[in-house]
Write a protein that binds this ligand. Structure first.
Ligand SMILES: [Zn+2]
Length: 247
């Protein structure tokens, strides 16, 4: 990868080592394992797996490198990059990756959270529903899109409603699995709101399920995380009634 004439290479870059292993059908065993992990769509880690040197390159440097690599992908597919319609695509994809759909990888882009005292002494649950979720499946790099429904009971601290949207957006703008996204958002809300009483339901479409593999475009995936008071059945039921879901 060449930037301004110098060669950059990320340290300890993980390389998928196929080791030439094949099964009886002549398929690479490691490829099959990767397929299985991809179809499982789960991940046990709370933190997005990032290398320590993840932000050593500037955004501009990353865009140049991604542009070059994406050009290679298109070239490999046999596409004619001199075509007017295609020639700008590597740059567009690089810019979209770094500045838009994976913008939430960089902690510097985390939304600032201003909190207020709960002057109204409102002690009931607050629900914000139908928050837009626009994310990307980390197993296939295809879109995940849907809605998030958040509830919390204030312990004396409140945040502006639009901040809930911003937290969802920040954690969505990464390569993700829906389970991790759900837990990351709840974890952040607990910290910001200084309470355990937080609940979140995400219902989302996965393009990797709709457009490849099983090709089911009608199904959605629901993930839910209930913490503190929301582990109580009655409180959970009240929340689910507000968002139109039944226990
Ligand atoms: Zn996927």
């Amino acid at each position: 990868m060449k930037i301004n004439g110098t060669l950059l290479q990320a340290d300890n870059m993980k390389v998928f080592n196929l080791n030439g292993k094949t099964n009886g059908n002549g398929h690479h065993a490691a490829w099959e394992e990767a397929e299985l992990i991809g179809d499982d769509h789960g991940s046990a880690n709370l933190n997005t797996p990032l290398r320590e040197d993840a932000f050593r390159m500037s955004e501009e440097e990353k865009m140049l490198v991604i542009e070059e690599h994406f050009e290679q992908i298109m070239n490999t597919l046999g596409l004619d990059l001199t075509d007017d319609s295609l020639k700008g695509t590597p740059h567009r994809v690089a810019k979209m990756f770094v500045q838009e759909i994976f913008h939430g990888l960089n902690p510097e882009n985390k939304p600032r959270m201003s909190v207020f005292d709960n002057k109204f002494r409102y002690g009931q649950m607050l629900v914000e529903k139908n928050i837009k979720v626009q994310s990307t499946c980390e197993h296939h790099f295809l879109p995940i899109f849907g809605k998030a429904h958040i509830a919390y009971i204030s312990s004396g601290t409140v945040i502006g409603l639009s901040k809930l949207n911003r937290i969802v957006d920040y954690y969505s703008r990464r390569p993700q699995v829906q389970e991790r996204l759900t837990v990351q958002i709840v974890d952040e809300l607990k910290k910001v709101l200084k309470t355990e009483d937080v609940a979140l339901v995400i219902e989302a479409h996965h393009m990797c399920v709709a457009s490849r593999g099983i090709q089911d475009d009608g199904s959605t995936t629901v993930t839910a995380e209930y913490s503190g008071a929301f582990k109580n059945e009655k409180t959970k039921e009240e929340f689910l009634t507000y968002i139109g879901m039944k226990l």
